[in-house]
Structure formats: C-alpha cells, structure tokens
Design a protein around this ligand. Structure first.
Ligand code: PXG
Ligand code: PLP
Length: 467
C-alpha cells in the first residue's frame, strides 16, 4: 500500500505540473497497475473496511484462486455460487475466444445469430420437459424481473388481467432489480430504498431452528408453512398472478425447505390457478445433485429463472425457461407484430451464448450433478463435524450447499462471521458470510482433500473467534 500511495502522489504531482492529463496514454504508462482502489464502488461490500485492508484474487484454476502474491486459496464458494465446473475451464475459454473472433456482437432485436438459437436449444434440453422456451438475460436479477413480467403478460393474454399480484417470501432473495427487491424478503436490501412494486405480498419463511436445528438434508418440520398461501388467496382472491420462491434459499443464509413444503406450495398454486416460479439462480446447474432443483424435489414449476452457473460465470448471462403453454399463450394470442415488449440489448450476447453451450456440455459430459450428489454425504459429514464448536448454533445442508449459523457477538452482529472469513482467507480458504451465517457452495469438481481442508480451516477459525 505504501508503494501504491507514493505512486499516486507522483501521478498527482505530474498532473499538477501539467505533464499528464487524466486519461492520457502517458497517464497509463506512468501509473503501472494495480491502480488505486478508490474509484470502484464495490457491491454489497463494506467499502471503507475493504479498501483499508483489501483481499485480492488475481488468478484462478480448478478449485483454486491465487492472490496477486501467488498464495493459493481453495474456493469454498464457487466464486459466488457460480463457477460450478471449477475455474478456467479450457473448453469455455476457447469457445469464448473463438466466438469473439468470429462475431463480437449482433442484435437479437429483430435479427438473429446462429449461436443464440443453439444456446437456447441447449438450455431447453436440460430444463424439465415441457419448459422448452428460453428468454435470455444478463443476470439473475434480470431473469427475475423477466419472469415476473412474463407471468403478468401471460395472465393478461389468457384473459385474467385482474391477476396482478406477485407473492414472494420472507427472507427470499431475488436479486436487486425493483421487481426482485419487491418480492424479496431481506430487510437490509430494502430499507434504503423505500419504493417498491405495489401489489406484492409475502409468504412466511421456513427457517425454524427451534424444530430443525442440525438437520441433515431436508428438515422434517414445517411443510404446513406452505398453507399460508391459502390465507393469501383468501385475502386477495383471484388477483394473484404468480408465486416466486427459491427451492433452497441461498443468500438469506442457506434455508433448506422442509420435506413436502414445495409439493404443498405446488398443489395450492395449481388449485388456485397461480403460476409457480422457481428461482434457480443458485440451485441450477447441478448444485443440488440434479441439473435443476425441480428434479431433486420432484416438483414442477411453471417458470425457472437461472443465471450464474449457466456460463460457469465466465460471461454474464441469465435465462428464464417457461412452460410451453406460457409461450404459446403470450405469443400465439398476440396481434401480429411484437408479442412481448421486453428484452435487453444483450439478451443472447454471442460470447455468453458460446460460454453457455460450452458450460452445459461440460456439466453433461462430466455429469457434474451426479458428482455433486455422490460427494454430498462426505460433505455433509464434514459439515456436521463442526457440531459442538463454540457459538455454532445450527448446521444445515442439501446438495453441495452448507450453512453454518453462529451466535452473533453481543452488540456486534456480523463481526464474528467477518473475522472468521478473514482468518479463513489468511489460511487459504474462501468462504462466504451473510449476517452471522457462513455459506459454503464449492465447485462441483471438489475432491475429498479439499473438503477436509475447508472444514479443518473453518473449525480452527471458529475456535479462534470463540470469545
Ligand atoms: N435470485 C437468486 C435466487 C439469487 O441467489 C439472484 C436472483 C440475482 O442474481 P444476480 O446475477 O443479479 O446477482 C441471486 C443472486 C450470496 C450471493 O453469497 C448470492 C447471490 C448473488 C451474490 C451473492 O449470498 N445470488
Ligand atoms: N438506458 C438507455 C438510455 C438505453 O438506450 C437502453 C437500451 O437501449 C437501456 C437503458 C437498457 O440497456 P440494456 O438493454 O443493456 O438493459
């Protein structure tokens, strides 16, 4: 940091002397990278704390990140739940490079390019049969907004235009767009903004440590919590368009649905003619031991939102898969011309499409969902070996997702978890924290020695922060 400061001071002096102006080529030359950390307003980050003591990742391969100094960090989080096939996959990199050389960009508004159609077909091959139409976006947040808009457009197209209400769930995370934030149920993500979509209501969350603490797999207690949807129907009548839930809630701190809960939710949606949207941004692409969570739970939604693992995170991309009837109703019933007034400049960007095809081919060829499923018992045992450590008040897991809930330091929420994250990083393991919950979601290529390292390191860090 001292070197960096002297570099910046030198640049400022030169600028004052009129030798270089900001943006000049000279400026680049006289200021070798890394540049200072100030300009980047970091997302969901304590900017001041980070910039005072940065944690930098400079390179990645397989299960490992490397710091700028070359120190190895085991990736316990698949980046942000997204590099499911591990880092630096050659097939994906080459597909992106090849596509960039062939055609950088072409519009998908009133034009098409071959690779985007191929990518949609590839996605439709892995979604449950009957959800065979795919709308491309650039992120999970955009996928959620897209799914909500399609749900509303569908209700109108079939003559149910009174169905304008959207139902989310407490502690749900559906990204940060106004749609996703509105159906989302995380207070911290809402409190600064005040304005939300109208006509939104929420189901109760399913987290019940008093009944389900230290569950392995699906907790037994709580299927009846889905019945709250009946109460919302009693309240709102036939004005509900759609219900959106994460099959397993990730961002809120790994909340595993009780056995039978999602089935019950499906039944009530069907009974009252309400669309069910599964937000599979985290649970998609093998994370739960099947390509999508819907297969593992045996529950069929009407729409699936996805992102993250779709391209193994090599290029941003999201997608919404919809039931054929939804596509046909919106498209076939529309007057001649554009059927859905929605889309992003980069809906189906060629580089993202190339990355998605290559990533899906890897997931299928290496059967990474099955690999995750096979590794789940070992991962589960390793997780539950943390039971009894100081301040560990709950452990929960499903697929290759684990949550470790800690008692917060009195008067200092998040402090314990953040310090454990720092200790793990210093000891060569990347974990993720949300409030005082630690979340693990490693790449699906993980081997047993990585699991051992992750949990040994974590146990030491938890002990070290016992006070
Ligand atoms: N839906 C779900 C279920 C998600 O988990 C989004 C939508 C939004 O996706 P984008 O691509 O717009 O971020 C997400 C994203 C974490 C964490 O560690 C989770 C997400 C993103 C960043 C961090 O809790 N989930
Ligand atoms: N803002 C302006 C002024 C635009 O012209 C556009 C797209 O044309 C957007 C926002 C939306 O950008 P995107 O399509 O990348 O979401």
């Amino acid at each position: 940091m001292v070197r960096l400061k002297s570099m910046l001071a030198r640049r400022a002096r030169m600028r004052e002397a009129g030798k270089v102006r900001k943006g000049d080529a000279m400026d680049e030359i006289t200021t070798p990278r890394p540049n200072d950390l100030e300009a980047f307003w970091m997302p969901f980050t304590a900017n001041r704390a980070f910039k005072a003591a940065p944690r930098l990742l400079a390179r990645a391969q397989g299960m490992l990140y490397y710091t700028p100094e070359g120190r190895e960090i085991i990736d316990g989080t698949a980046g942000l739940w997204c590099c499911n096939a591990g880092h630096g996959r050659r097939e994906i990199t080459e597909a992106i490079q090849k596509q960039a050389a062939v055609m950088d960009f072409a519009p998908t508004f009133m034009m098409g390019h071959p690779i985007v159609f191929q990518a949609a077909s590839r996605v439709a091959e892995i979604t449950p049969s009957g959800l065979d139409y795919v709308f491309f976006t650039n992120s999970g947040s955009e996928s959620v907004d897209t799914a909500l808009k399609i749900a509303l457009a569908y209700q109108r197209a079939r003559g149910q235009s009174q169905r304008v209400r959207l139902i989310g769930r407490e502690r749900g995370y559906h990204g940060v767009g106004f749609g996703g934030m509105s159906v989302g149920g995380l207070g911290n993500n809402r409190k600064q903004f005040g304005a939300f979509l109208p006509y939104v209501d929420h189901l109760p969350h399913t987290h019940a440590p008093e009944h389900n603490a230290f569950s392995r797999g699906l907790p037994k207690w709580g299927a009846h919590l889905a019945d709250a949807l009946e109460n919302l129907v009693a309240l709102h009548g036939d004005t509900i368009a759609a219900v959106i839930v994460e099959p397993v809630a990730g961002s809120a701190g790994v909340l595993i649905p009780p056995e039978g809960y999602l089935q019950r939710l499906r039944e009530i949606c069907t009974k009252h003619d309400i669309l069910l949207i599964f937000d599979e941004v985290i649970t998609g692409f093998g994370r739960l031991g099947t390509m999508f969570g819907t297969e593992r739970f045996g529950v069929m939604p009407d729409l699936i939102t996805m992102a993250k693992g779709l391209t193994n995170a090599a290029v941003p991309m999201g997608a919404v898969a919809v039931k054929n009837e939804i596509y046909h109703t919106v498209v076939d019933k529309a007057p001649e011309g554009i059927e859905l007034f929605h889309g992003y400049t980069y809906s189906g960007h060629p580089l993202a499409a190339a990355a998605a095809i290559a990533a899906i081919d890897i997931y299928r060829r290496e059967d990474l969902p099955a690999r995750a499923r096979a590794m789940e018992p070992y991962f589960e045992d390793a997780l539950h070996s943390l039971k009894g450590l100081p301040n560990v008040i709950d452990l929960r897991n499903f697929g290759l997702v684990a949550g470790i809930e800690l008692a917060p330091r009195p008067g200092k929420p998040t402090d314990r978890a953040v310090r454990i994250l720092q200790r793990c990083f210093d000891a060569g393991v990347l974990i993720r924290t949300t409030a005082d919950i630690i979340a693990l979601s490693p790449p699906l290529i993980i081997e047993k020695p990585h699991i051992d390292r992750i949990f040994t390191t974590l146990a030491e860090a938890i002990r070290a922060e016992a006070a």
